[in-house]
Design a protein around this ligand. Structure first.
Ligand code: FAD
Length: 650
């Protein structure tokens, strides 16, 4: 059958028309094979513009459409809808990008018009070979998985659960809350972190729609948007949570008196082998650390904890459990790690006992911390001088280039608390102050007025002289080197992606940015979506954020998951790959290269097959297949080559 192509050229105001002769382009289009009608119009995406196309489909029996306009990322969906509203298959449309790839990047009108003709000729050649495709519909399960129970994961879970969605919340630590649980007061309002936070953790534990998995990891994720099957590994805690009352008798009885450095206290205190992370922990249950428990690691212990437990909750026979859940969407909220200051030895972290990180300072300042909120040196004395060093591991070519965003504010908050608690001389060494949030600049002004010394210059080294620590820096305001003796140094350590971010990204099939944080689908327009439909990001796992931004990001991720769930079913693009069984040589190269694990090998037949539900149509298998068995709907070799020939011919 001979096709009848309609070609429509958009002026895009003057965006295209100022550089490309749109009327001339339309006249040129009329000469191309198969073209029945060619028109140009000021704004094709407007209703009257779309009506031109619809009328021609109806009145002139146009059965292929080429729109020469902006990038298909802008309006392909708009024109597909216009085409299909007249009963034409939406995949009989092709977009010739004559704006971003032509008018915007050229000045010479004649040459730009010539290039536009080439682009148009290629698009017309291709549309002749396009085939009708039908989008599949998939059902969406009205449930979600949230990985990580810091403030981001908690906010996302509660938002969804309160709207009636079932949520499986996975946390690998023995308590929920993440880093926020470790903070003392929060900038800029200085309200106590646990006062705003504990009600939320308690609400999670009580909410009937939230199934909480503590000490757990995600092992495997299979499936696709709307239908993910997740395998969760529950590590043994050796305590039956249904029986444990959180009384702490077992902790007192544990024979490991010297203990291990407490993870929650950032090694500022020690814990036993059986322990409750902190008094307000949710869930308030004891857990056994396999590595430090004498019975589990060495097989030798009198089991005093078992004897002390009146609830008979301790069970050393407990085994690892693997459970599966089916969910419609996934929200990743795995947060951040603190930059490891051992990597910058000039600051003496690990060498001098009174050089600590900003998170360690949070624990010192906290009333529930190891010193009950007193800011003290290791020997118990009150410091007379404290230095806060900004940008440790951030904005540094030898560490991370990016700004960690929260450390300036955290340092100033801590300077305020240190002054209040000790009356010491306080110094802030900074490059410049990042006080970006609501009320942050005002807080900076307030701290300056409290008599804290701000020295503009990054601390370059810490050494000891006459029993005191000395911070060396260059004061860039005075233009001279300075050496300030103090008793305590707090390193403003930056935020980094989690140490296992690569592994998590691999399990979920999502991408990471150059800084290793998980990558959003679009930095401005889709900041919570990922490259995998149905998987969203919340909080610091996407990049450093303060609490307000984390909460807003998590709420947005929850809203995306809820709107997906509300649709009931969604259409999946049919531009997936196929493998011709007659041509497949069974080399498995496609299986190795597929980033979505969408290709299986049929041992019995010795060939590869595409799982359409998982395929994202990236084309990697098509490019690598040596026997040309793999091909991709809407991007077949025939279609792509016809476009290339169209570009090359004159
Ligand atoms: C010293 C310091 C002070 C700060 N003070 C303030 C302040 O005063 N005000 C403010 O607004 N912000 C402050 N912040 C920033 C604040 O800590 C973050 O905004 C907030 O904690 C981010 O929360 P999150 O949930 O994204 O990440 P996190 O708190 O890191 O939580 C992530 C959770 O995911 C879990 N997890 C990680 N990987 C996995 C996995 N693979 N499987 C299961 N679970 C996993 C973790 O155990 C953790 O519970 C401060 C930061 C620092 C370093």
């Amino acid at each position: 059958m001979k096709q009848k192509i309609g070609v429509y050229i958009c002026h895009c105001g003057t965006n295209i028309a100022a550089t490309v002769d749109c009327e001339g382009l339309a006249r040129f289009a009329e000469t191309l094979p198969g073209v029945k009608v060619a028109r140009d119009y000021r704004y094709l995406c407007s209703d009257p513009g779309q009506d031109l196309i619809k009328n021609d489909i109806r009145d002139l029996s146009i059965d292929r459409v080429v729109v020469a306009a902006c990038s298909p990322r802008m309006h392909e969906v708009t024109f597909r809808n216009a085409v299909s509203s007249e009963g034409l298959n939406p995949y009989f449309l092709n977009i010739a990008n004559v704006r971003e790839q032509c008018s915007w990047v050229h000045k010479d009108r004649e040459k730009a018009t010539d290039k536009a003709k080439q682009i148009l000729r290629a698009a017309v050649a291709r549309v002749l070979r396009q085939e009708a495709l039908t989008a599949r519909k998939v059902e969406i399960k009205p449930s979600a998985l949230v990985v990580g129970a810091g403030i981001a994961g908690i906010q996302a879970s509660l938002t969804m659960a309160n709207e009636g969605m079932k949520v499986a919340l996975i946390e690998r630590a023995p308590y929920i809350g993440g880093h926020m649980a470790q903070l003392d007061k929060t900038f800029p309002t200085l309200d106590c972190a646990s006062c705003i936070f504990t009600p939320k953790t308690v609400e999670v534990a009580r909410n009937k729609n939230i199934e909480l998995f503590i000490c757990s990891d995600v092992l495997e994720v299979k499936g696709h948007v709307g239908n993910f099957r997740v395998t969760i590994k529950k590590h043994p805690t050796y305590v039956d949570f249904n029986r444990c009352t959180g009384c702490g008798d077992c902790v007192e009885a544990c024979v490991l008196k010297k203990g291990m450095p407490s993870e929650f206290e950032e090694s500022m205190a020690r814990r036993r082998a059986i322990y409750i992370a902190f008094p307000q922990a949710v869930p308030l249950k004891a857990v056994v650390d396999k590595e430090s428990c004498l019975l589990l690691s060495k097989g030798k212990c009198k089991k005093s904890c078992v004897k002390a437990c009146k609830a008979e909750a301790i069970n050393f026979e407990q085994k690892e459990e693997v459970v599966e859940r089916e969910v419609g969407s996934i929200i990743l909220a795995t947060g951040y790690d603190l930059y490891d200051p051992h990597l910058l030895p000039q600051y003496g972290y690990g060498l001098y006992e009174n050089v600590i990180t900003n998170l360690q300072f949070e624990r010192l300042a906290s009333p529930s911390g190891p010193t009950r909120g007193e800011v003290l040196l290791k020997d118990g004395a009150v410091p007379k001088g404290i230095a806060f060093l900004h940008c440790i591991g951030s904005r540094d070519e030898n560490a991370n280039l990016y700004c960690s965003r929260v450390c300036c504010m955290a340092s100033m908050k801590q300077a305020h608390l240190a002054k209040e608690k000790t009356g010491a001389e306080i110094y802030e060494f900074y490059i410049d102050i990042n006080a970006f949030g609501k009320g942050y600049q005002e807080f900076y002004k307030r701290v300056r007025e409290e008599g804290i010394y701000f020295i503009r210059g990054k601390g370059s080294e810490i050494f000891k002289r006459d029993g005191r620590l000395v911070v060396a820096a260059e004061d860039t305001m005075l233009g001279t080197p300075v050496e300030i003796p103090v008793d305590m140094v707090v390193l403003g350590t930056g935020l980094t992606a989690r140490h296992d971010a690569e592994k998590v990204a691999q399990v979920l099939g999502i991408s990471q940015s150059a800084d290793r944080f998980f990558m959003e689908a679009h930095p401005k327009l889709r900041p919570v979506a990922t490259n995998v439909d149905g998987i969203f990001l919340a909080g610091c796992c996407q990049g450093p954020k303060d609490i307000p931004d984390t909460v807003a990001h998590a709420s947005a991720a929850a809203a995306e998951a809820m709107s997906l769930s509300a649709q009931g079913e969604i259409e999946v693009e049919p531009t997936t790959a196929t493998i011709n069984p007659d041509l497949c040589a069974g080399c498995k190269l496609c299986i190795e290269i597929c980033p979505y694990s969408a290709i299986d090998f049929l041992d019995a037949k010795g060939i590869s097959v595409v799982n359409e539900a998982l395929c994202k149509g990236c084309g990697a298998c098509t490019a690598i297949c040596p026997s040309k068995a793999a091909s991709q709907n809407h991007f077949t070799q025939d279609q792509v080559l016809s476009e290339v020939e169209g570009l090359c011919s004159h």
